[in-house]
Design a protein around this ligand. Sequence first.
Ligand SMILES: Nc1ncnc2c1ncn2[C@@H]1O[C@H](COP(=O)(O)OP(=O)(O)OP(=O)(O)O)[C@@H](O)[C@H]1O
Length: 291
Amino acid sequence: MTETAMTATGLGKRYGRKWGLRNCSLQVPAGRVVGLVGPNGAGKSTLLNLMVGLLAPTEGELTLLGERVGPGTVLDRVAYLDQEHSLYRNFKVREMLKAGRMLNKRWDEQIALDRLAELNIPLESRIGGLSGGQRAQVALAVALAKKPELLILDEPVASLDPLARRELMSVLMETKADWDCTVVLSSHVVSELERLCDHLIVLDHGQVKLSEDIDDLLEQHHVLIGPKGAAVGVTGEIVHREEREDRVSLLVRGNPPAAGSSWDVQRVDLETLVMHYLTASAPQRIREAAA
Ligand SMILES: Nc1ncnc2c1ncn2[C@@H]1O[C@H](COP(=O)(O)OP(=O)(O)OP(=O)(O)O)[C@@H](O)[C@H]1O
């Protein structure tokens, strides 16, 4: 397996006069489970479509698993599950497997058969007659039978009820536990990704705001709450600042201030961190003596 699953360099996609994604540069190590988040119109689907060759970049470069994206190249090693779960509703489950077998060189039908048996999904069922959750599971089984080194899922749980969401997420977690691949999945809901992902990409207005391992992000960020005007006492960046009466709350990237300072130091959860990055203008380097 290559060490880097994905490298984007100055990647951009323009639709007419509007950029859907711009100046996107990032690197994702292989083996990670990557959460791709951002508000509506942030550029998530654009990035995923560039990754699976459904769109061509207007500028920049994209390399997956060490190869430039293009027909007959790395795409044989990539499986993609879109929001509609890429299934033909008139097909039976058995026919979906046959289509997969005919279209994929690396196809391993037993992987799909085992998963479908575990989930009690009969091969003779028509796709259109299955529940949304079952359809998602069939699509995932088909994707896994391709033995992908990179599995890409565009909002896989968006159309599912809470139970089906939980089931699909747990199948994904099991899969990852015994599967040596990189997974990239997009979502609007950060809390849903926290348990599953170990790397996070945050997009906003077509720009990359963050692309880092989640453990590093959580370790390096702190919320400081203290009196307005107090010296911050850390080197790093103020990502977000909020004032309430005579108190100020800062999201800071850097080491926390020494014990005994006037700041109450709190850990930050992933959802709060992402929200602050999305609402913040560019982070300010801490230069000032006082907050
Ligand atoms: N085919 C298209 N033609 C014109 N503009 C487009 C097209 N596809 C996307 N865009 C624009 O590009 C930007 C990024 O869209 P994209 O669908 O990638 O965002 P997203 O993060 O996936 O959004 P959502 O969460 O709503 O699915 C948006 O401003 C969108 O309007």
